[in-house]
Design a protein around this ligand. Sequence first.
Ligand SMILES: [Zn+2]
Length: 161
Amino acid sequence: MAKAKKKTVTWWKKKVWKTFSQFIRLRDAIATTQSQHTVKCCSCGRPYPAFGIGCAQAGHFVPGRRNTILFDERCVNAQCYNCNVTLKGNWPGYYAFMLERYDLETIDELLILARQIRKFTTDELDELNQHYLAEIESLKSQPKPDILKRKKAAISLEERE
Ligand SMILES: [Zn+2]
């Protein structure tokens, strides 16, 4: 039997993106509307279907789709087509959203990360894909509406002192 042709990194990146984008929209739908069907856009706050026709997309905080942040859960959030594409990410709205959830250090870290270089191997991408497929299944069976609120708790460094 002929050995199956190994898929390329580009093929795997597309595959993982499809899975990761579903994970992000499901995560944010549960977090913003406690449903698995409707999600609020991170930068304008309007509700959209999480999947299917006219659905929200998974939009990057930092544009450019660099490998270092391509699959970073902090950097990718459900966003409507208008904000993501027409408004090129709707930076002011997105930035306000990020400030609500993360401290400035984390935001700086993400901006630095977005300028760095990372190469994926097909094995890594295969693993990532399996990881997010499992995450999706787990969210579907056990929705966690507080998934983003938990991160918010990490903000208050000053308040703790
Ligand atoms: Zn929007």
